[in-house]
Design a protein around this ligand. Sequence first.
Ligand code: NAP
Ligand code: HSE
Length: 431
Amino acid sequence: MAERESVGIVLLGLGVVGSGVARALAEHAETYADRVGARIELRKVLVRDATRERDFAPDRSLITTDAAEALGTDCDIVVEVMGGEDPAREYIQKSLSRGRWVVTANKELMAKYGPELRAQATAGGVDILFEASVGGGMPIVSPLRRDLSANQITSVRAIINGTTNYILTQMTREGAAFDDALRQAQDLGYAEADPASDVEGFDSAYKISILSSLAFHGHVRVEDVYREGITDLMPRDFRYAAELGYSIKLLAIGQRDADGVCVRVHPALVPKDQLLANVDGVLNAVQVEGDLIGRVLFQGAGAGSMPTTSAIMADVLEASRSIVHGSRPSPWRYTADMAMKPISQLTTRYYIRVEVSDRPGVLAEIARACGDNGVSIASVIQKETDDEAQTAEIVIMTHAAKEADLQRSISQIEGLKDDVRKVGALLRVED
Ligand code: NAP
Ligand code: HSE
Protein backbone atom coordinates (compact mmCIF):
# COMPACT_ATOMS: atom_id res chain seq x y z
CA MET A 1 0.00 0.00 0.00
CA ALA A 2 1.33 3.46 -0.93
CA GLU A 3 2.19 5.54 2.10
CA ARG A 4 -0.30 8.31 2.79
CA GLU A 5 0.98 11.80 3.41
CA SER A 6 -2.18 13.33 4.79
CA VAL A 7 -5.69 12.75 6.07
CA GLY A 8 -8.15 15.41 4.90
CA ILE A 9 -10.71 16.94 7.25
CA VAL A 10 -13.82 19.00 6.53
CA LEU A 11 -15.20 20.80 9.57
CA LEU A 12 -18.92 21.59 9.67
CA GLY A 13 -19.25 24.42 12.23
CA LEU A 14 -16.79 26.85 13.79
CA GLY A 15 -18.55 27.79 17.03
CA VAL A 16 -17.59 26.95 20.62
CA VAL A 17 -16.48 23.41 19.73
CA GLY A 18 -15.49 23.93 16.09
CA SER A 19 -13.07 26.75 16.99
CA GLY A 20 -11.45 24.46 19.54
CA VAL A 21 -11.05 21.72 16.94
CA ALA A 22 -9.54 24.17 14.42
CA ARG A 23 -7.14 25.44 17.11
CA ALA A 24 -6.07 21.93 18.16
CA LEU A 25 -5.50 20.94 14.52
CA ALA A 26 -3.27 23.98 14.05
CA GLU A 27 -1.43 23.96 17.36
CA HIS A 28 -0.89 20.19 17.71
CA ALA A 29 -0.27 19.46 14.03
CA GLU A 30 3.14 17.87 14.55
CA THR A 31 2.09 15.76 17.52
CA TYR A 32 -0.92 14.43 15.62
CA ALA A 33 1.17 13.68 12.52
CA ASP A 34 3.50 11.71 14.76
CA ARG A 35 0.66 9.75 16.36
CA VAL A 36 -1.11 8.97 13.10
CA GLY A 37 1.76 8.61 10.68
CA ALA A 38 0.33 11.25 8.32
CA ARG A 39 -0.50 14.95 8.54
CA ILE A 40 -4.08 15.80 9.46
CA GLU A 41 -5.04 18.56 7.08
CA LEU A 42 -8.01 20.90 7.51
CA ARG A 43 -9.37 21.37 3.98
CA LYS A 44 -12.64 23.28 4.41
CA VAL A 45 -14.81 24.79 7.16
CA LEU A 46 -18.55 25.38 6.80
CA VAL A 47 -20.21 28.25 8.72
CA ARG A 48 -23.40 30.29 8.43
CA ASP A 49 -21.76 33.71 8.65
CA ALA A 50 -18.26 34.03 7.20
CA THR A 51 -17.81 37.56 8.62
CA ARG A 52 -18.30 36.57 12.27
CA GLU A 53 -15.45 37.03 14.76
CA ARG A 54 -14.15 33.66 15.99
CA ASP A 55 -12.22 32.59 19.10
CA PHE A 56 -9.89 30.87 16.69
CA ALA A 57 -10.23 30.83 12.93
CA PRO A 58 -8.16 29.00 10.33
CA ASP A 59 -7.00 30.65 7.12
CA ARG A 60 -9.89 32.65 5.60
CA SER A 61 -9.60 30.80 2.30
CA LEU A 62 -10.76 27.61 4.06
CA ILE A 63 -14.02 29.12 5.30
CA THR A 64 -17.19 28.81 3.24
CA THR A 65 -20.92 29.27 3.68
CA ASP A 66 -21.63 26.97 0.74
CA ALA A 67 -22.56 23.50 2.01
CA ALA A 68 -22.14 21.92 -1.45
CA GLU A 69 -18.60 23.29 -1.65
CA ALA A 70 -17.73 21.97 1.85
CA LEU A 71 -19.27 18.53 1.28
CA GLY A 72 -17.76 18.32 -2.20
CA THR A 73 -14.23 18.98 -0.90
CA ASP A 74 -11.91 15.99 -1.23
CA CYS A 75 -11.47 14.61 2.31
CA ASP A 76 -11.43 11.47 4.47
CA ILE A 77 -13.22 12.63 7.63
CA VAL A 78 -16.12 15.02 8.14
CA VAL A 79 -16.34 16.54 11.63
CA GLU A 80 -19.88 17.72 12.37
CA VAL A 81 -20.06 20.34 15.14
CA MET A 82 -23.01 22.38 13.92
CA GLY A 83 -25.59 20.84 16.25
CA GLY A 84 -29.35 20.35 15.75
CA GLU A 85 -31.17 17.84 13.61
CA ASP A 86 -31.31 19.51 10.22
CA PRO A 87 -29.31 20.00 8.09
CA ALA A 88 -26.70 18.13 10.18
CA ARG A 89 -28.37 14.77 9.51
CA GLU A 90 -28.49 15.34 5.76
CA TYR A 91 -24.81 16.43 5.66
CA ILE A 92 -23.74 13.38 7.69
CA GLN A 93 -25.73 11.01 5.45
CA LYS A 94 -24.18 12.60 2.34
CA SER A 95 -20.70 12.30 3.85
CA LEU A 96 -21.19 8.62 4.77
CA SER A 97 -22.58 7.85 1.33
CA ARG A 98 -19.38 9.32 -0.17
CA GLY A 99 -17.28 6.94 1.95
CA ARG A 100 -16.16 9.48 4.53
CA TRP A 101 -15.73 8.73 8.19
CA VAL A 102 -17.79 11.00 10.40
CA VAL A 103 -16.99 12.39 13.83
CA THR A 104 -19.83 14.18 15.58
CA ALA A 105 -20.63 15.87 18.90
CA ASN A 106 -24.34 15.84 18.09
CA LYS A 107 -26.22 13.99 20.85
CA GLU A 108 -29.68 14.83 19.47
CA LEU A 109 -28.84 13.25 16.15
CA MET A 110 -27.15 10.19 17.64
CA ALA A 111 -30.01 9.64 20.10
CA LYS A 112 -32.67 9.88 17.40
CA TYR A 113 -30.92 8.39 14.39
CA GLY A 114 -27.86 6.59 15.82
CA PRO A 115 -28.86 3.09 14.64
CA GLU A 116 -29.58 4.12 11.06
CA LEU A 117 -26.46 6.30 10.79
CA ARG A 118 -24.29 3.51 12.18
CA ALA A 119 -25.88 1.01 9.80
CA GLN A 120 -25.17 3.34 6.90
CA ALA A 121 -21.56 3.75 8.04
CA THR A 122 -21.09 -0.01 8.44
CA ALA A 123 -22.56 -0.68 5.00
CA GLY A 124 -20.09 1.80 3.52
CA GLY A 125 -17.07 0.31 5.35
CA VAL A 126 -16.54 3.44 7.47
CA ASP A 127 -17.63 4.48 10.96
CA ILE A 128 -19.41 7.29 12.76
CA LEU A 129 -17.69 8.19 16.03
CA PHE A 130 -19.41 10.24 18.71
CA GLU A 131 -17.39 10.34 21.94
CA ALA A 132 -18.04 14.10 22.30
CA SER A 133 -21.81 13.64 22.14
CA VAL A 134 -21.94 12.59 25.82
CA GLY A 135 -19.87 13.98 28.66
CA GLY A 136 -17.83 16.53 26.67
CA GLY A 137 -14.20 15.65 27.37
CA MET A 138 -15.01 12.83 29.81
CA PRO A 139 -14.51 9.44 28.16
CA ILE A 140 -17.65 7.30 28.36
CA VAL A 141 -18.81 6.29 24.87
CA SER A 142 -15.59 4.47 24.06
CA PRO A 143 -15.38 2.73 27.48
CA LEU A 144 -18.97 1.46 27.12
CA ARG A 145 -18.42 0.46 23.53
CA ARG A 146 -15.11 -1.32 24.16
CA ASP A 147 -13.69 -1.58 27.66
CA LEU A 148 -16.88 -2.64 29.47
CA SER A 149 -18.36 -4.68 26.63
CA ALA A 150 -17.71 -8.02 28.39
CA ASN A 151 -20.11 -7.08 31.23
CA GLN A 152 -23.83 -7.45 31.79
CA ILE A 153 -24.41 -3.85 32.79
CA THR A 154 -27.19 -3.33 35.30
CA SER A 155 -27.13 0.44 35.72
CA VAL A 156 -25.78 3.70 34.39
CA ARG A 157 -26.29 6.64 36.76
CA ALA A 158 -25.08 9.94 35.46
CA ILE A 159 -24.76 13.68 35.75
CA ILE A 160 -24.39 14.45 32.05
CA ASN A 161 -25.43 18.04 31.61
CA GLY A 162 -22.78 20.57 32.59
CA THR A 163 -25.13 23.55 32.36
CA THR A 164 -27.68 22.19 34.82
CA ASN A 165 -25.01 20.83 37.14
CA TYR A 166 -23.40 24.28 37.14
CA ILE A 167 -26.78 25.92 37.84
CA LEU A 168 -27.65 23.48 40.66
CA THR A 169 -24.19 23.96 42.18
CA GLN A 170 -24.58 27.77 42.12
CA MET A 171 -28.07 27.47 43.64
CA THR A 172 -26.70 25.20 46.38
CA ARG A 173 -23.50 27.08 47.20
CA GLU A 174 -24.44 30.69 46.57
CA GLY A 175 -28.22 30.52 46.93
CA ALA A 176 -28.18 31.99 43.40
CA ALA A 177 -31.42 32.60 41.53
CA PHE A 178 -32.04 30.17 38.67
CA ASP A 179 -31.95 32.88 35.96
CA ASP A 180 -28.62 34.35 37.16
CA ALA A 181 -26.97 30.95 37.32
CA LEU A 182 -28.27 30.09 33.83
CA ARG A 183 -26.88 33.36 32.42
CA GLN A 184 -23.45 32.57 33.89
CA ALA A 185 -23.53 29.10 32.32
CA GLN A 186 -24.41 30.63 28.95
CA ASP A 187 -21.60 33.20 29.24
CA LEU A 188 -19.17 30.37 29.90
CA GLY A 189 -20.28 28.60 26.68
CA TYR A 190 -21.77 25.55 28.43
CA ALA A 191 -25.42 25.99 27.51
CA GLU A 192 -27.00 24.92 24.25
CA ALA A 193 -28.17 27.68 21.86
CA ASP A 194 -31.66 27.03 23.22
CA PRO A 195 -31.15 26.59 26.98
CA ALA A 196 -34.51 24.78 27.27
CA SER A 197 -32.68 21.74 25.94
CA ASP A 198 -30.47 21.81 29.04
CA VAL A 199 -32.84 22.97 31.78
CA GLU A 200 -35.85 20.94 30.65
CA GLY A 201 -33.72 17.79 30.58
CA PHE A 202 -33.82 17.09 26.81
CA ASP A 203 -30.02 17.21 26.51
CA SER A 204 -29.66 14.67 29.34
CA ALA A 205 -32.41 12.53 27.81
CA TYR A 206 -30.55 12.38 24.47
CA LYS A 207 -27.33 11.48 26.26
CA ILE A 208 -28.80 8.77 28.52
CA SER A 209 -30.57 7.27 25.51
CA ILE A 210 -27.13 6.98 23.83
CA LEU A 211 -25.45 5.57 26.96
CA SER A 212 -28.27 3.13 27.73
CA SER A 213 -28.27 1.88 24.14
CA LEU A 214 -24.53 1.20 24.40
CA ALA A 215 -24.75 -0.28 27.91
CA PHE A 216 -27.72 -2.56 27.25
CA HIS A 217 -26.90 -3.37 23.59
CA GLY A 218 -30.30 -2.35 22.27
CA HIS A 219 -31.85 0.87 21.01
CA VAL A 220 -33.34 3.02 23.76
CA ARG A 221 -35.52 5.53 21.93
CA VAL A 222 -35.66 9.11 23.19
CA GLU A 223 -39.47 8.78 23.45
CA ASP A 224 -38.95 6.00 26.01
CA VAL A 225 -36.90 8.19 28.34
CA TYR A 226 -38.96 9.67 31.20
CA ARG A 227 -37.94 13.33 31.57
CA GLU A 228 -38.30 16.18 34.07
CA GLY A 229 -36.22 19.38 34.14
CA ILE A 230 -34.97 21.67 36.91
CA THR A 231 -36.97 24.85 36.27
CA ASP A 232 -39.44 24.27 39.14
CA LEU A 233 -36.80 23.76 41.84
CA MET A 234 -37.00 26.32 44.63
CA PRO A 235 -34.06 27.56 46.75
CA ARG A 236 -35.79 26.23 49.89
CA ASP A 237 -35.67 22.66 48.52
CA PHE A 238 -31.87 22.93 48.40
CA ARG A 239 -31.84 24.10 52.04
CA TYR A 240 -34.19 21.37 53.24
CA ALA A 241 -32.33 18.70 51.27
CA ALA A 242 -29.03 19.84 52.84
CA GLU A 243 -30.57 19.67 56.33
CA LEU A 244 -31.65 16.10 55.59
CA GLY A 245 -28.14 15.19 54.36
CA TYR A 246 -28.73 15.30 50.60
CA SER A 247 -27.65 17.25 47.51
CA ILE A 248 -30.03 17.90 44.62
CA LYS A 249 -28.71 16.73 41.24
CA LEU A 250 -30.22 16.28 37.80
CA LEU A 251 -29.68 12.56 37.33
CA ALA A 252 -29.93 10.54 34.14
CA ILE A 253 -30.41 6.87 34.95
CA GLY A 254 -30.65 3.69 32.91
CA GLN A 255 -31.42 0.55 34.94
CA ARG A 256 -31.97 -3.01 33.84
CA ASP A 257 -33.55 -5.80 35.86
CA ALA A 258 -35.38 -9.02 35.03
CA ASP A 259 -38.51 -7.05 33.98
CA GLY A 260 -36.79 -4.73 31.54
CA VAL A 261 -35.04 -1.39 31.19
CA CYS A 262 -36.16 1.87 32.81
CA VAL A 263 -34.51 5.06 31.59
CA ARG A 264 -35.24 8.41 33.22
CA VAL A 265 -34.02 11.97 33.74
CA HIS A 266 -35.16 14.02 36.73
CA PRO A 267 -33.82 16.03 39.65
CA ALA A 268 -33.15 13.78 42.63
CA LEU A 269 -31.94 13.88 46.22
CA VAL A 270 -28.56 12.13 46.44
CA PRO A 271 -27.03 11.36 49.87
CA LYS A 272 -24.09 13.68 50.46
CA ASP A 273 -21.72 10.80 51.14
CA GLN A 274 -22.21 9.40 47.62
CA LEU A 275 -19.73 10.27 44.88
CA LEU A 276 -22.35 11.70 42.53
CA ALA A 277 -23.52 14.16 45.21
CA ASN A 278 -20.09 15.78 45.15
CA VAL A 279 -19.72 16.21 41.40
CA ASP A 280 -20.06 19.97 41.14
CA GLY A 281 -19.95 22.82 38.63
CA VAL A 282 -19.68 21.91 34.97
CA LEU A 283 -18.22 18.49 35.81
CA ASN A 284 -20.01 15.41 34.52
CA ALA A 285 -19.83 11.94 36.05
CA VAL A 286 -21.13 8.53 35.07
CA GLN A 287 -21.29 5.57 37.42
CA VAL A 288 -21.62 2.20 35.71
CA GLU A 289 -22.34 -1.13 37.40
CA GLY A 290 -21.53 -4.37 35.63
CA ASP A 291 -21.39 -8.00 36.70
CA LEU A 292 -17.64 -8.34 36.11
CA ILE A 293 -16.32 -4.84 36.83
CA GLY A 294 -18.56 -4.04 39.81
CA ARG A 295 -18.89 -0.27 40.11
CA VAL A 296 -16.78 2.13 38.06
CA LEU A 297 -16.93 5.93 37.97
CA PHE A 298 -15.96 8.31 35.17
CA GLN A 299 -15.66 12.01 35.87
CA GLY A 300 -14.50 15.00 33.87
CA ALA A 301 -15.31 18.28 32.14
CA GLY A 302 -18.70 17.72 30.52
CA ALA A 303 -18.77 20.80 28.32
CA GLY A 304 -16.68 23.68 27.03
CA SER A 305 -14.57 24.25 23.98
CA MET A 306 -11.26 22.51 24.71
CA PRO A 307 -12.55 19.54 26.78
CA THR A 308 -15.02 18.73 24.00
CA THR A 309 -12.25 19.18 21.45
CA SER A 310 -10.27 16.56 23.38
CA ALA A 311 -13.02 14.00 22.70
CA ILE A 312 -13.50 15.06 19.07
CA MET A 313 -9.78 14.86 18.34
CA ALA A 314 -9.51 11.42 19.97
CA ASP A 315 -12.12 10.20 17.46
CA VAL A 316 -10.37 12.02 14.61
CA LEU A 317 -7.07 10.35 15.52
CA GLU A 318 -8.72 6.92 15.75
CA ALA A 319 -10.38 7.37 12.37
CA SER A 320 -7.13 8.72 10.87
CA ARG A 321 -5.12 5.72 12.05
CA SER A 322 -7.69 3.36 10.51
CA ILE A 323 -7.58 5.33 7.26
CA VAL A 324 -3.78 5.43 7.16
CA HIS A 325 -3.46 1.71 7.94
CA GLY A 326 -6.38 0.67 5.74
CA SER A 327 -8.25 -1.09 8.56
CA ARG A 328 -12.02 -1.46 8.48
CA PRO A 329 -14.07 -0.63 11.56
CA SER A 330 -15.85 -3.48 13.36
CA PRO A 331 -19.59 -3.34 12.63
CA TRP A 332 -22.13 -2.16 15.16
CA ARG A 333 -24.58 -4.77 16.46
CA TYR A 334 -27.67 -4.29 18.58
CA THR A 335 -28.37 -7.68 20.08
CA ALA A 336 -30.67 -7.19 23.05
CA ASP A 337 -34.40 -7.63 22.82
CA MET A 338 -35.36 -5.05 25.44
CA ALA A 339 -38.65 -4.49 27.22
CA MET A 340 -38.92 -0.87 28.35
CA LYS A 341 -40.34 -0.27 31.84
CA PRO A 342 -42.38 2.91 32.37
CA ILE A 343 -41.61 5.18 35.35
CA SER A 344 -44.90 4.05 36.97
CA GLN A 345 -43.16 0.74 37.76
CA LEU A 346 -40.25 2.42 39.56
CA THR A 347 -39.79 1.79 43.28
CA THR A 348 -37.86 4.42 45.19
CA ARG A 349 -38.09 6.84 48.13
CA TYR A 350 -39.61 10.30 47.77
CA TYR A 351 -39.25 13.84 49.14
CA ILE A 352 -42.54 15.73 49.13
CA ARG A 353 -42.99 19.38 50.10
CA VAL A 354 -46.60 20.40 50.70
CA GLU A 355 -47.88 23.91 51.41
CA VAL A 356 -50.81 23.58 53.84
CA SER A 357 -53.17 25.54 56.06
CA ASP A 358 -51.69 25.57 59.56
CA ARG A 359 -54.54 23.95 61.48
CA PRO A 360 -55.18 20.73 63.40
CA GLY A 361 -55.80 17.56 61.46
CA VAL A 362 -54.00 18.52 58.22
CA LEU A 363 -51.08 16.24 58.85
CA ALA A 364 -53.42 13.33 59.61
CA GLU A 365 -55.25 13.90 56.28
CA ILE A 366 -51.97 13.84 54.35
CA ALA A 367 -50.78 10.75 56.22
CA ARG A 368 -54.08 9.06 55.39
CA ALA A 369 -53.70 9.89 51.67
CA CYS A 370 -50.31 8.18 51.74
CA GLY A 371 -51.49 5.21 53.82
CA ASP A 372 -54.57 4.65 51.65
CA ASN A 373 -52.27 4.11 48.68
CA GLY A 374 -49.66 1.96 50.39
CA VAL A 375 -47.06 4.72 50.75
CA SER A 376 -45.26 4.56 54.09
CA ILE A 377 -43.96 7.81 55.61
CA ALA A 378 -40.41 7.73 57.04
CA SER A 379 -40.30 11.27 58.51
CA VAL A 380 -42.22 14.53 58.56
CA ILE A 381 -40.84 17.98 59.33
CA GLN A 382 -42.90 21.14 59.59
CA LYS A 383 -41.16 24.17 58.06
CA GLU A 384 -41.67 27.89 57.48
CA THR A 385 -44.86 28.55 59.42
CA ASP A 386 -46.49 31.85 58.46
CA ASP A 387 -48.60 32.88 61.49
CA GLU A 388 -50.33 35.75 59.69
CA ALA A 389 -51.41 33.71 56.66
CA GLN A 390 -51.90 30.63 58.87
CA THR A 391 -49.94 28.49 56.45
CA ALA A 392 -47.14 26.04 56.96
CA GLU A 393 -44.92 23.85 54.91
CA ILE A 394 -44.53 20.15 55.50
CA VAL A 395 -41.60 18.12 54.21
CA ILE A 396 -42.23 14.38 54.02
CA MET A 397 -39.69 11.65 53.34
CA THR A 398 -41.25 8.32 52.39
CA HIS A 399 -39.97 4.77 52.60
CA ALA A 400 -39.52 2.97 49.28
CA ALA A 401 -42.82 3.11 47.40
CA LYS A 402 -44.10 2.35 43.90
CA GLU A 403 -44.26 5.45 41.70
CA ALA A 404 -47.84 4.61 40.66
CA ASP A 405 -48.91 4.45 44.36
CA LEU A 406 -47.06 7.65 45.12
CA GLN A 407 -48.74 9.49 42.24
CA ARG A 408 -52.16 8.33 43.51
CA SER A 409 -51.26 9.69 46.97
CA ILE A 410 -50.27 13.03 45.45
CA SER A 411 -53.59 13.29 43.58
CA GLN A 412 -55.43 12.55 46.84
CA ILE A 413 -53.33 15.16 48.72
CA GLU A 414 -54.02 17.74 45.99
CA GLY A 415 -57.72 16.94 46.39
CA LEU A 416 -57.67 18.13 50.05
CA LYS A 417 -58.71 21.56 48.84
CA ASP A 418 -59.51 23.07 52.29
CA ASP A 419 -56.17 22.06 53.81
CA VAL A 420 -53.62 21.87 51.00
CA ARG A 421 -52.51 24.98 49.07
CA LYS A 422 -50.28 22.97 46.76
CA VAL A 423 -47.73 20.20 46.47
CA GLY A 424 -44.65 22.42 46.03
CA ALA A 425 -42.11 19.73 45.23
CA LEU A 426 -41.94 16.02 44.54
CA LEU A 427 -38.43 14.66 44.20
CA ARG A 428 -37.17 11.10 43.98
CA VAL A 429 -34.48 10.02 46.43
CA GLU A 430 -31.62 7.99 44.96
CA ASP A 431 -29.97 6.22 47.90
P1 NAP B 1 -22.24 26.75 18.35
O1 NAP B 1 -21.25 27.52 19.15
O2 NAP B 1 -23.61 27.28 18.22
O3 NAP B 1 -21.60 26.55 16.91
C1 NAP B 1 -22.32 26.02 15.83
C2 NAP B 1 -21.52 26.26 14.55
O4 NAP B 1 -22.17 25.64 13.48
C3 NAP B 1 -21.37 27.73 14.20
O5 NAP B 1 -20.09 27.98 13.72
C4 NAP B 1 -22.42 27.94 13.09
O6 NAP B 1 -22.01 28.91 12.15
C5 NAP B 1 -22.41 26.58 12.44
N1 NAP B 1 -23.70 26.26 11.86
C6 NAP B 1 -24.86 26.01 12.52
N2 NAP B 1 -25.84 25.74 11.63
C7 NAP B 1 -25.29 25.83 10.40
C8 NAP B 1 -25.79 25.67 9.09
N3 NAP B 1 -27.07 25.37 8.85
N4 NAP B 1 -24.95 25.85 8.06
C9 NAP B 1 -23.65 26.16 8.27
N5 NAP B 1 -23.11 26.31 9.51
C10 NAP B 1 -23.93 26.16 10.54
O7 NAP B 1 -22.40 25.26 18.93
P2 NAP B 1 -21.36 24.45 19.81
O8 NAP B 1 -21.55 24.79 21.25
O9 NAP B 1 -20.01 24.55 19.21
O10 NAP B 1 -21.94 22.97 19.66
C11 NAP B 1 -21.75 22.23 18.49
C12 NAP B 1 -22.18 20.79 18.73
O11 NAP B 1 -21.38 20.24 19.79
C13 NAP B 1 -23.63 20.60 19.19
O12 NAP B 1 -24.11 19.39 18.67
C14 NAP B 1 -23.50 20.51 20.70
O13 NAP B 1 -24.58 19.82 21.28
C15 NAP B 1 -22.22 19.74 20.82
N6 NAP B 1 -21.51 19.90 22.09
C16 NAP B 1 -21.26 21.14 22.56
C17 NAP B 1 -20.53 21.27 23.75
C18 NAP B 1 -20.24 22.62 24.34
O14 NAP B 1 -19.66 22.67 25.42
N7 NAP B 1 -20.58 23.73 23.69
C19 NAP B 1 -20.08 20.13 24.41
C20 NAP B 1 -20.34 18.87 23.87
C21 NAP B 1 -21.06 18.77 22.69
P3 NAP B 1 -21.85 30.48 12.54
O15 NAP B 1 -20.72 30.52 13.49
O16 NAP B 1 -21.55 31.17 11.26
O17 NAP B 1 -23.15 30.87 13.16
N1 HSE C 1 -25.14 21.97 26.93
C1 HSE C 1 -24.40 20.79 27.18
C2 HSE C 1 -24.10 20.69 28.67
C3 HSE C 1 -23.13 20.82 26.40
O1 HSE C 1 -24.33 21.66 29.38
O2 HSE C 1 -23.67 19.65 29.14
C4 HSE C 1 -22.45 19.51 26.38
O3 HSE C 1 -23.18 18.57 25.68
